[in-house]
Design a binder for this molecule. Structure first.
Ligand SMILES: Cc1cc2nc3c(=O)[nH]c(=O)nc-3n(C[C@H](O)[C@H](O)[C@H](O)COP(=O)(O)O)c2cc1C
Length: 189
């Protein structure tokens, strides 16, 4: 089973990374399926923002399910399509997704929403992780935004983890258990 983790944090040792690592540990604890896991940090990828092409703002993405911008989007879309499940992790910024995840998902949504079958994303199991590591507020509004953009793109959002600095130790354990569950046979059609 292949699980792809996309993180919108720039910090490989931050709180988001800790939750992702706990989730990954849980995936590997699942001994039913041979789990192959890849984690990608989106701030290190070349992902431009959407150009809102054409006079009406719709563009090639709606017509053809592809983007005119040549960057790392296509490679990441292929990785998602090849996976059995995708995890989207983000630090909470202003009660919302981080800019790198937002820019990425803006374009995933545009290229996939009318082309869910051909993009390979339709009904793909997905988990969201939102880490409010400052004051601790805003993870719920972040989760709402994440669910909305993922659902419009065609993902089946099967769970989300709301994490705040104050409950990080508890949520690390929950992330491990959720990872073990996510890597189970439940993901098989
Ligand atoms: C621009 C910005 C906005 C932020 N907004 C929030 C917020 O709304 N709520 C919160 O608890 N923390 C907020 N933080 C703090 C981050 O969530 C915290 O630093 C988090 O741990 C960063 O993730 P990382 O540890 O993976 O780098 C914000 C940080 C930045 C840089």
């Amino acid at each position: 089973m292949q699980i792809l983790i996309l993180s919108g944090s720039r910090n490989p040792h931050g709180q988001t990374a800790q939750v992702v690592e706990a989730f990954a540990r849980g995936c590997h604890e699942n001994d039913v399926n041979e789990v192959q896991l890849e984690t990608i940090f989106l701030p290190a990828q070349h992902i431009e923002r959407c150009r809102q092409c054409d006079a009406d703002g719709w563009g090639q993405c709606r017509r053809e399910g592809t983007c005119v911008i040549v960057d790392d989007l296509e490679a990441l879309r292929s990785k998602m399509a090849a996976a059995d499940g995708v995890v989207f992790a983000t630090p909470v910024y202003f009660g919302d997704l981080s800019e790198s995840l937002k820019a990425f998902l803006d374009r995933v949504r545009r290229t996939s929403w009318r082309h869910q079958e051909s993009s390979g994303i339709k009904d793909m199991p997905a988990v969201g992780i939102c880490v409010a590591g400052g004051g601790g507020g805003g993870s719920f509004s972040c989760m709402v935004q994440l669910e909305k953009v993922l659902t419009t793109s065609g993902f089946a959002v099967v769970d989300q983890l709301s994490v705040r600095r104050q409950n990080l130790p508890l949520k690390l354990e929950l992330a491990r258990l959720t990872g073990c569950w996510f890597a189970s046979d439940r993901l098989e059609p």
